[in-house]
Design a protein around this ligand. Structure first.
Ligand SMILES: CC(=O)SCCNC(=O)CCNC(=O)[C@H](O)C(C)(C)COP(=O)(O)OP(=O)(O)OC[C@H]1O[C@@H](n2cnc3c(N)ncnc32)[C@H](O)[C@@H]1OP(=O)(O)O
Ligand SMILES: CC(C)C(=O)C(=O)O
Ligand SMILES: [Mg+2]
Length: 583
């Protein structure tokens, strides 16, 4: 026996990377030992705000044109977003005009609230509120950075100074809203201490309280406090701790809509949002497919679909996910990665053998359960290995679920033949044929398309007359009964290039054919296994016959398709005999 060499800490010798680790500091944890969030579950959709037209748009090399903005806005509305951040109107004419256009063209449904972002500067606030004239429902979203480095280098002021910017900004928003907006506008307010993630918790709380003292939230007058991970710096768990801490300490909590706005710098924005919801957040801001500054905002499609896959209605419609993706790509001129959760080209595809086998069995089991219960497959709980959701629920077909390459096994090949040609190959025949496909993919490399699989299958088992090969080409077959009660068979065929009539008798048409082959063709055929099934229903239906036999000293499968099951099985024997002589 080969002596085992245990892998232990003593034998694994990783080495220091040599990278400048000393330049970075660990993120501070939160002292909240009785945290509740790990026990919580998200059982309903949060309020969603799409910031595709603001945070997403501001991160584009080429910001969206008015036409693209409009296409994005219409998409968001059609998906069911009720809060949409439509721009930064004081940034320039394009954003200002866009906000005006959707209001003036009455493109905003009654139940949709527009949100617009501004810095806490009077001229910008005035212009921002101005852009909302005539809106039915609108929120001004004011932000200023609160983190120490921003206080020091951007605002060059103390905590008190930075808090004052937020407090004054809030007062100015209220004054301009009173001055510029009429009674037709239901007006709301949102404040974000930007860089919340790097802001001391007590100061984030203090600044939010200062803002609330001005806005005076109460019954029917909520305030949205949005705590952004402007740059994601912590683990999702610490982020959740910070949300739980804020939720516990904020006054007037029942009038606060606590909102989470994760960016994805560490690649964990989705987890950060989910854990923040467990920690009490009410609302999520993000973008479709994670568009946004640097590594993006949190991906609202993944978040929503994660809820869906847990049986929670996301209250956003993803049922035509490819349509959403096309509009996203047009508007942002960005491509969705082939592995992007729920939508990428490859996310419902298995190449590897054991996955394909399990998926195929999963589909079969699902159909069997549905039949047993007398329900449609769409109405029973989804449970197919390796597929977290049914691709059809997001408008995808099963076409790409299984694709075949050199890593694929029998399951994948069998699945393709089943799906595309209604052929249910017996298990040992699957093994036989998949070896042939494997040899091909090993020698040619790359993927083997369903068309190529079918061509190989036909060539091997069902040669078409124009390209037929092998010793025997069948032309016709008739059965009758002998005086001794046996089955007699008369077969017209070309054997080794000669037109021949073969006759035989036996216990059943197959035995009769074996008898004929022994006498006239000098091959000894023994039946080992036989499987048949219909390929479709109704008149003109075809049947498939699969025969495993020993032809002289070779064991192999043959296959025949015909409207008549006897002819299908005769063809299957011919297929096996021909294959036995194929080099
Ligand atoms: C994390 C985020 O996504 S925040 C949103 C970021 N998005 C954008 O900035 C896109 C749109 N912005 C713009 O087009 C421009 O910034 C404008 C037109 C709004 C303003 O441009 P400018 O007037 O040139 O100012 P700029 O944006 O460079 O800001 C610099 C000044 O504003 C101050 N400032 C920055 N943010 C804020 C704020 N939130 N509140 C108050 N003052 C602020 C800075 O301290 C600086 O002041 P200083 O000139 O006295 O040093
Ligand atoms: C303006 C704020 C909310 C922002 O986008 C961020 O901090 O990431
Ligand atoms: Mg942001």
């Amino acid at each position: 026996m080969h002596p085992a060499t245990p892998v232990t800490a003593a034998t694994v010798r990783q080495r220091p990377s040599g990278m400048p680790v000393h330049r970075y500091t660990p993120y501070e944890s939160v002292d909240i030992p009785d945290r509740n969030w790990p026990q919580q579950r998200v059982t309903q959709a949060p309020r969603w705000l799409s910031t595709d037209l603001r945070d997403g748009n501001q991160a584009l090399i080429d910001p969206m044109s008015p036409a693209r903005k409009r296409a994005m806005f219409d998409l968001l509305v059609s998906m069911g977003f009720k809060e949409i951040e439509v721009g930064f109107p004081s940034s320039g004419q394009t954003d200002f005009d866009f906000v005006r256009s959707i209001i003036e063209e009455d493109a905003v449904p009654e139940d949709v609230t527009l949100s617009v972002l501004t810095q806490a500067r009077e001229d910008l606030i005035e212009r921002t509120v101005e852009s909302l004239r005539g809106a039915r429902s609108a929120t001004v979203h004011l932000y200023n950075a609160a983190a120490p480095v921003f206080r020091r280098v951007v605002f060059r002021g103390s905590r008190e100074d930075v808090k004052q910017i937020a407090v004054d900004g809030t007062r100015l928003v209220m004054e301009y809203a009173d001055k510029l907006l009429g009674p037709e506008t239901v007006f709301g307010y949102q404040y974000s201490p930007e860089i919340f993630t790097d802001t001391e918790l007590d100061f984030a709380l203090e600044i939010c309280e200062g803002v609330m003292d001005v806005w005076q939230p109460e019954e029917g007058r909520e305030i949205i406090l949005n705590l952004p991970a402007t740059v994601e710096r912590s683990t999702p768990s610490t982020h959740a701790d910070r949300f739980e801490w804020m939720g516990r300490h904020l006054s007037r909590r029942e009038h606060v809509c606590l909102s989470v706005h994760p960016h994805n710098d560490r690649g964990t924005a989705v987890a950060a949002a989910e854990l923040a919801l467990m920690a009490g957040a009410d609302r999520v801001e993000g973008c479709l497919f994670g568009q946004g500054e640097r590594t993006g905002n949190v991906d609202l499609v993944t978040l929503g679909m994660n809820l869906f896959s847990q049986g929670v209605d996301p209250e956003l419609d993803f049922s035509e996910i490819d349509e959403i993706r096309r509009t996203y790509e047009y508007c942002n001129q960005m491509e969705v990665h082939p592995r992007h959760p729920y939508v990428g080209d490859l996310v419902y595809t298995a190449f590897s053998g054991s996955h394909q086998d399990a998926i195929k069995k999963g589909f079969e089991a699902l159909e069997a359960t549905a039949a047993e219960r007398g329900s449609a497959v769409e109405d029973i709980t989804w449970e197919v290995p390796y597929l977290p959701i049914d691709p059809r629920d997001v408008g995808r077909s099963y076409e790409a679920v299984i694709r075949v390459n050199s890593q694929s096994g029998k399951g994948g090949v069998a699945y393709v033949l089943q799906q595309e040609h209604n052929l249910s190959l017996p298990r040992r025949m699957q093994v036989e044929f998949s070896k042939l496909i494997q040899e091909r993919s090993d020698s040619d490399g790359g993927e083997i398309t369903p068309a190529a699989i079918w061509a190989a299958f036909q060539d091997e088992y069902l040669p078409v007359p124009e390209q037929s090969w092998g010793r025997i080409a069948l032309r016709s077959a008739q059965t009758s009964t002998t005086s001794q009660g046996q089955d007699a068979l008369t077969v017209e065929a070309t054997v080794d290039g000669q037109d021949t009539v073969l006759t035989g008798a036996g216990n059943g048409p197959l035995a009769a054919f074996f008898d004929a082959l022994r006498d006239a063709v000098e091959v000894d055929v023994r039946l080992l296994d036989y499987v048949e099934h219909t390929m479709s229903e109704g008149a003109g239906a075809q049947a498939a016959a699969y025969i495993e036999c020993a032809v002289d000293d070779k064991v192999l499968w043959g296959m025949g398709i015909d409207a008549n099951i006897v002819r299908a099985s005769i063809k299957a024997v011919v297929s096996a005999v021909n294959r036995a002589a194929r080099p």
